[in-house]
Design a protein around this ligand. Structure first.
Ligand code: FAD
Ligand code: UQ1
Length: 413
């Protein structure tokens, strides 16, 4: 059985941010990354791709190009972990052993939980920015939209980038104006949640913009079925049974999401099925040689790449201490819940939400009010952050903007 000092499951944002640094420190071929996909995606770009602002090709790179050169890429899928035996089973039945394990398998989109969604996706005006297969359809359908109901949905589960469900509504509305079809269209955001955004400050800004732009926002309105042939979408109250059917010409769906199922089956999940880690140290609550970050971890904050940047610094610190026998949970590095969601509200305006998911309070980097929509923040998100992602986060040298936040905090108010 092949054996590695460190195995990282998942070659997405979190997996590469960690394996890049640790493969350099632990030495060539001591770290293995298990990742089935031939492509790595910069998913935050998909909101821009769906709105026709960036080409899809900017969001994808071959996995072999982004895999750390000192790490071993195992191109396979994990089906089970035996945490008591430090053993992993792969899809083809092969086994891999580890001394230390990092789980970063992301969140799973459960398309089949909405009746009629799998068959409708990519056809008859139904699309989603949440799949590499349909994100370009979003732009095709926005361009072709001639009026009627344009509906945007948000499910009743945690999702990655909770703002992404509504950002595309603002961008589409902007385009309908430019295309002179806005006058004969209704832009409707139907969310299964009770709020537009979890952090009060940004919820206020988003509500103001929605009102100004005439976007209808309906709370506790959950998509339950799509009848693609009739262009009908059925909504109900979460947990309720009373239905409301809408006709649509355009429907952007954010699917229900949940943890990958093998986590719970392997006995490393919490009650909800996320990898059960200490939210501050990111070490597993039961198996001390397992750590986890990103969308598949139980850390109760917004599932974003920005959060992973901050988590990666903490995780690497604590895991290296653990490996060298110096780890002590009472004075370990602690993750503060930092997350960020760049909220485009138009083709050159953006509210840069930055906050702690643990305290619910803003943690803004720049010495300006980021609750205000700004062209500068739009440009930062569109032109600078992608570069930070590819060249710094994936290479292990970006652990979030905390340093800059601290510098700016010395400026006179
Ligand atoms: P991922 O990057 O999704 O990687 C998980 C990896 O694990 C994948 O490569 C997958 O193939 C692999 N994997 C899964 N199962 C297995 C298995 N069984 N065995 C082996 N490998 C497996 N974040 C922001 O910060 N800002 C934004 O503006 C933003 N916008 C977004 C917009 C959209 C439309 C989307 C979809 C996401 C957005 N995000 C944004 C969220 C961000 O992309 C994710 O939070 C982040 O990529 C999660 O990283 P991860 O490493 O946890 O998972
Ligand atoms: C960030 O660090 C990050 O990871 C690279 C993102 O993911 C795409 C983000 O969206 C944001 C906003 C940040 C935070 C960075 C700055 C410069 C405020």
């Amino acid at each position: 059985i092949p054996s590695y000092k460190l195995v990282v499951i998942g070659g997405g944002t979190g997996g590469l941010a960690v394996s890049s640094t640790l493969s350099k420190i632990l030495g060539k071929n001591e770290v293995a990354v298990i990742e089935p996909s031939n492509f790595h995606y910069y998913q935050p770009l998909w909101t821009f791709v769906g709105a026709g602002i960036k080409p899809f090709s900017d969001s994808a790179k071959p996995t072999e190009q982004v895999m750390p050169s000192d790490a071993v890429w195992i191109k396979n899928k994990v089906t089970a972990i035996e945490p008591n035996g430090n053993l992993i089973t792969l899809q083809d039945g092969q086994k891999v052993k580890y001394d230390y394990l990092v789980v970063a398998t992301g969140i799973q989109c459960n398309w089949d939980k909405i009746k009629g969604l799998p068959e409708s996706l990519g056809k008859n005006g139904v699309t989603s920015n949440y799949s590499e297969k349909t994100v370009e359809k979003t732009w095709e359908f926005i361009r072709e939209f001639k009026g009627g109901n344009a509906i945007f949905t948000m499910p009743n589960t945690p999702i990655k980038c909770p703002g992404a469900a509504i950002k595309i509504a603002y961008l589409a509305e902007d385009h309908f104006n430019k295309n002179h079809v806005r006058g004969k269209s209704n832009v409707i955001y139907n969310t299964a949640m009770g709020k537009i955004f979890s952090i009060e400050k940004y919820a206020k800004s988003l509500t103001r913009v929605a009102k100004d732009r005439g976007i209808e926002v309906n709370f506790l309105t959950e998509l339950s079925e799509i009848r693609g042939d009739k262009k009908e979408a059925v909504f109900k109250k979460p947990g309720g049974s009373e239905e409301k059917t809408y006709n649509y010409e355009f429907l952007h769906v954010v699917p229900p999401m949940g943890p990958p199922t093998f986590i719970a089956q392997s006995g490393i999940g919490n009650a909800a099925g996320w990898v059960d880690v200490d939210q501050y140290t990111l070490q597993h609550n039961k198996y001390p040689n397992i750590f986890s970050l990103g969308d598949s971890s139980s850390a109760p904050t917004s599932k974003t790449a920005a959060a992973i940047a901050a988590q990666s610094g903490i995780l690497k610190n604590n895991l290296l201490d653990y490996i060298s026998g110096k780890f002590n949970s009472s004075n370990a590095a602690r993750y503060d819940g930092y997350a960020s969601c760049p909220l485009m509200v138009g083709k050159d305006k953006l509210i840069l939400a930055e906050f702690s998911g643990y305290t619910g309070t803003p943690m803004e980097t720049f010495p300006v009010d980021q609750g205000q929509e700004r062209t500068s923040m739009y440009w930062l998100t569109k032109e600078v952050i992608p570069d930070i992602y590819w060249n710094r986060l994936l290479k292990g040298t970006w652990v979030g903007p905390q340093k800059y936040r601290n510098w700016f905090s010395y400026l006179p108010q």
